[in-house]
Design a protein around this ligand. Structure first.
Ligand SMILES: O=C[C@H](O)[C@H](O)COP(=O)(O)O
Ligand SMILES: C=C(OP(=O)(O)O)C(=O)O
Length: 455
């Protein structure tokens, strides 16, 4: 079995053998399952269930990512930090899709180019953690690793990793994706309706500063409708899903050989990313994802060197395939202006054209004295601005944003036009892991990014 292989000219047996090569490598952030036989049975069951996405859709997204990397489109990726099984309700899924659609309209105007909409949804159930254990008082239990692994309740039973959750994760992803497809193809995404929702946002006096931009968008949308643009096209929209490819007992059985090409596709999602904690060059996650055809993202934190970025390109995109690789930078507002430009320079000179996306959330976490994990809206915006500045400085294209958000009126991040303060956090803090922007904060961010894009 080869250590690393290109996609072409391989027998099915070789492709399949390659998909298990990661088992011989160091692997991070996996749960300790109490019952190996039960995990094997769950993985086998998942392997027998239908794919969640079709390889042709994955190919189309790769083309879209390629166009964004060339500066001809902009990517919007967003959703929960950790999706939960209980949260896979019609209302919550609708609110998230609605928020992303609203943001996309605003960004489309700012970028004057198509926006690729990707929900961090239908599979974002596994979480990497800083510590394997959590202590409350004198009780220490395994950390919560996402609903696909264990429960959030702080009891030994709930925190034990339970392989039955793997199968439930599949079914919850399936029903979530089914509703997303219904919403985005069945009329809910109608541009005229989305535009009306956005009017609600800017009519709120708290958002008066966006009035001018909102009026310009209004004129542009009305012009488009008046030109008689294809009404069918206004009603539907392309929408993709993504999640962190973390939990191998789920990702491996969801990876199948495409009958059209004989190559491997991870059919759990259109787009998959590798997290900051699992992107070791010689580790299991990088090897496994180097062998699937999906467009792949890699998170790059503040310690990333130019050599790291170049080595990741060689490993994940040896053929320099357009749309294959996305770098999602999450440097922190204080560091991005220093750390990002040298990376952009080095990669620019390498001949490879990855899509550059900013995640302004993960480098800006703080914990309040009362114990709430939160982020300041101003820090998030500061990192976003730093991202645009760095690209302007180097002459590369700032191709997208990746944001933890929800469509609900939660109080998890500080600031924004509603001025959420520390005392308010407790009123509706629902995230089981990291804090998300709420509906209003998400739209406000879209307006500010749109302003940045029009510059
Ligand atoms: O979403 C990202 C990580 O899973 C999260 O930041 C880890 O949080 P922790 O440091 O509380 O484990
Ligand atoms: C864990 C995440 O991010 P990072 O790997 O950048 O910390 C995440 O996006 O959920």
């Amino acid at each position: 079995m080869s250590e690393h292989s290109p996609f072409t000219d391989q027998s099915t047996a070789d492709v399949l053998a390659g998909l298990d090569y990661w088992r011989s490598l160091e692997i991070k952030q996996q749960p300790t399952w109490p019952d190996a036989a039960a995990v094997a049975a769950a993985s086998e069951e998942i392997a027998s269930l239908p794919p969640l996405v079709f390889a042709g859709e994955v190919d189309r997204l790769r083309d879209r990512v390629a166009s964004a990397a060339r500066g001809e489109a902009f990517m919007l990726m967003g959703g929960d930090c950790a999706e939960t099984f209980a949260g896979a309700t019609a209302d919550q899924i609708r609110n998230r899709v609605k928020t992303l659609l609203q943001m996309a309209v605003v960004l489309t105007y700012g970028a004057s180019m198509p926006v690729i909409k990707v929900g961090r949804m239908a599979g974002q159930f596994a979480k990497p953690r800083s510590n394997d254990f959590e202590t409350r008082g004198d009780v220490t239990l395994p950390a919560y690793r996402g609903d696909i692994v264990n429960g959030y309740d702080f009891t030994p039973e709930s925190r034990a990793a339970n392989p039955e959750r793997l199968v439930r994760g599949y079914h919850t992803a399936a029903s979530t994706l089914n509703l997303i497809r219904a919403f985005t193809q069945g009329g809910f995404a109608d541009l005229r309706q989305v535009h009306d929702w956005n009017k609600g946002f800017t009519e709120n006096p708290a958002n008066a500063r966006y009035d001018k931009l909102a009026k310009e968008i209004d004129r542009a949308v009305r012009f488009m409708i008046a030109t008689g643009a294809d009404l069918g096209e206004l009603k539907r929209t392309e929408f993709y899903v993504s999640h962190e490819a973390l939990l191998m007992d789920y990702e491996r059985p969801m990876t199948r050989i495409d009958s059209r090409t004989g190559t491997a596709y991870n059919t759990s999602s259109h787009f998959l990313w590798i997290g900051e904690r699992t992107r070791d060059l010689d580790g299991a996650h990088i090897d496994f994802l180097s062998r699937v055809r999906n467009p792949i993202g890699v998170k790059l934190g503040p310690t990333t060197t130019a050599d790291d970025a170049l080595a990741l390109i060689d490993k994940l995109d040896p053929n320099r395939e357009p749309g294959r690789l996305t770098f999602i930078t999450r440097m922190g507002a204080e560091k991005i202006r220093d750390v990002l430009p040298p990376l952009l320079e080095a990669v620019k000179d390498s001949g490879s054209v990855p899509l550059w996306v900013t995640d302004p959330m993960h480098g800006n976490g703080i914990t309040t004295p009362t114990g709430y994990k939160t982020r300041r809206f101003d820090d998030v915006m500061n990192e976003l601005k730093g991202f645009f500045e760095a690209h302007r400085q180097v002459g590369t294209f700032p191709g997208g944003i990746h944001v933890e958000l929800t469509g609900d009126d939660v109080t998890e991040c500080l600031g924004g036009s509603e001025n959420i303060d520390e005392a308010t956090l407790s009123t509706r803090y629902e995230s089981l892991c990291d804090p998300r922007l709420n509906h209003m904060q998400s739209l406000e961010l879209a307006f500010q990014v749109s302003e940045e894009l029009t510059r």
